[in-house]
Design a binder for this molecule. Sequence first.
Ligand SMILES: Nc1nc2c(ncn2[C@@H]2O[C@H](COP(=O)(O)OP(=O)(O)OP(=O)(O)O)[C@@H](O)[C@H]2O)c(=O)[nH]1
Ligand SMILES: [Mg+2]
Length: 365
Amino acid sequence: MALQCGIIGVSNVGKTTIFNCVSNTRGETHAFAFTAGKSNMGVVQVPDERLYEIEKHQVTNKIIHTTVELVDIPGLAKGSEKLEGGGNKFLGDIRNTDALIHVLRCFDSESLPHIDGSVDPVRDIETVDLELQVRDIESIVKKIERLKKASKSGDKNAAHAIEVLERYREHIEELNNARTFEVNDEEKKYVDDLFLLTMKPVMYVCNVDEGSAVGGNHYFDRVKEYLKDKGAEVLIIAGALEAEIAELENIEDRLAFLKDAGLQEPGVNKLVKAAYRLLDLQTFFTVGPKEIRAWTITKGMTASQAAGVIHSDLERGFIRAEVMKYNDFITLGSEHACKEAGKLHVEGRNYIVDDGDILFIRFNV
Ligand SMILES: Nc1nc2c(ncn2[C@@H]2O[C@H](COP(=O)(O)OP(=O)(O)OP(=O)(O)O)[C@@H](O)[C@H]2O)c(=O)[nH]1
Ligand SMILES: [Mg+2]
């Protein structure tokens, strides 16, 4: 069920720098206007303080975080649709992702010229959006052509599908993204199979200079202003600073470094947490002396499906789930106390698991 978040943006904005801070996979960064030739994929731990809170009440051998997949995709450039092969191949990598983190250059640097001549994050958003929109229009047009043929050979539903797709096309041709097109669920079905690039949920990361790590800068302000009606999350990350922090082995040194920069936690932690939210993921916990562990589910999953995330045997042989709410466990301090207080609930297979639930699965195979 691994869901993937793609890191996108124009060339040389710091995508790989940021990716390297969160992932153990090392991608190559370049200090000149040269676009990397391949995507880097990394499995990244999702920081969750609740695991350490639980540990205060349960002695355990180890703590296991849940993970999310990040893909660092080489920079897009204006007009890449015109390049033979070259510009296109990363678009396929974007298509395979479930959500997008769009990194924007919001720092000045004499030694690192911007590929389009000046630092302008709003222009960069438009550049990338346009690249993706061009692709989406191509996908839509292809499907319309297919449907026209089907219609000629008597497919009665084709006309309605074509009509919906034409409306999408018009919307995108006016430089809008598919995600902002208002349609009902029935109509949305006609584009679901196209995996449109501008349909994917997106968030923005302003890569700022060290001094702007806390409050941002005028580039960040412009991005905020541009995106204010679009409902997307915008984070500030000082990529170069984060890279220095990530180099430090010692936790104490890291904390001291963060404190000097005025930060409470590494910006990349915020990034991973935000990516998790963007993918619409939730966490449940299993708690015991061997391990305290966080597991990932999508919203709306049932107790037996959640059991299946742990192991298929647990789903197959599911009997019941014993559920404690995270807050009850922390307040009352133990499973026993939860039981005494009537806060340990026995639930069947159709129970919808909540974020933060502590589950104990009874099963029999
Ligand atoms: N001054 C400064 N330089 C940065 C910052 N973030 C990245 N860089 C530098 O910018 C250059 C490009 O960074 P990368 O992380 O390779 O950029 P990218 O977006 O992955 O580039 P492509 O993959 O080629 O599109 C490197 O030399 C980085 O050291 C930053 O916050 N401040
Ligand atoms: Mg890169």
